[in-house]
Design a protein around this ligand. Sequence first.
Ligand SMILES: Cc1cc2nc3c(=O)[nH]c(=O)nc-3n(C[C@H](O)[C@H](O)[C@H](O)COP(=O)(O)O)c2cc1C
Length: 306
Amino acid sequence: MKNPDLSVKIGKLKLKNPVMVASGTFGYAEEFSGLVGLHKLGAVVSKTITLKGRPGNTLPRTCETPAGMLNSIGLENPGINKFIKEKLPVLRRAKAPIIVSIASENDPQEFVVLANELEKIRDVAAIELNISCPNVKTQKSLISQDPEATFQVVKAVRKVSTKTLITKLSPNVTDITQIALAAQNAGSDAVSLINTLLGMSIDVKARKPKIASITAGLSGPAIRPIAVRMVWEAFQKIKIPIIGMGGIIDASSALEFFLAGASAVAVGTANFIDPKISNTIIEGIRSYLKENRVSHLEDIVGALKA
Ligand SMILES: Cc1cc2nc3c(=O)[nH]c(=O)nc-3n(C[C@H](O)[C@H](O)[C@H](O)COP(=O)(O)O)c2cc1C
């Protein structure tokens, strides 16, 4: 059998394969450039950028947990202007499509200002709206915990942006399908899910939280069954593509997401264990498709036999 077609379309964006690196787990690709065949990736998603720079949360802000990790980085980033001047040129060298993740700090209107800034930059292939970061203390609740707030933010950005828009959803909700529908109805080209699950870990000797901000986002294989379930639920209800993530560590775990209904996947925490893991996963998916005589990746999207 000849090489299977791994390409996918997300809005206007055509990816040569469906594997991207998840926001915040790959920096701006600079630390990885010598280690990873970046040009082989489907896309690179930047760490989330806000309008002004943020120092991030107080240390300690990461710790290991069974089959995963907690993080409360708190959207540390240099701010949009410095990002465009200093980080974007580095990202460009990756020679993979660049998806820029953005978030507001205090006012959802900041999403519009950020999207306007990025609109002028041709090689920003898509924007990911991070309305689901659990680690920003200025927010009482997440935009992605409210369908109406989600709709309003996506709609406002859609008005000013011609770029492919991806809305990143939080698993910290009762019904993910309501939020996914709100994003779709407001004009999002795709949704990505899941961001981290709110968790907490305690040092019993010290009787102190292991993370300074007490609660933090849980990621890694521990959350995969929840992520796969949410992708499957969203797939029943929405028509736009889903980018699935949460605990992907190998081709088999990526394939779970495709079968549940994801058109593409992102690899997060696993990058900290093996920075080359995404390249390995791409090859593993190719082998699976060949072995199973599937000529197009899209033929297995949502192909779960249930
Ligand atoms: C250290 C760390 C930092 C993260 N930073 C961001 C971020 O800046 N923006 C964002 O949308 N998601 C962020 N995430 C969430 C990941 O992109 C991803 O949605 C989540 O970790 C689930 O995937 P995984 O289990 O493969 O890590 C971060 C995750 C980790 C572990």
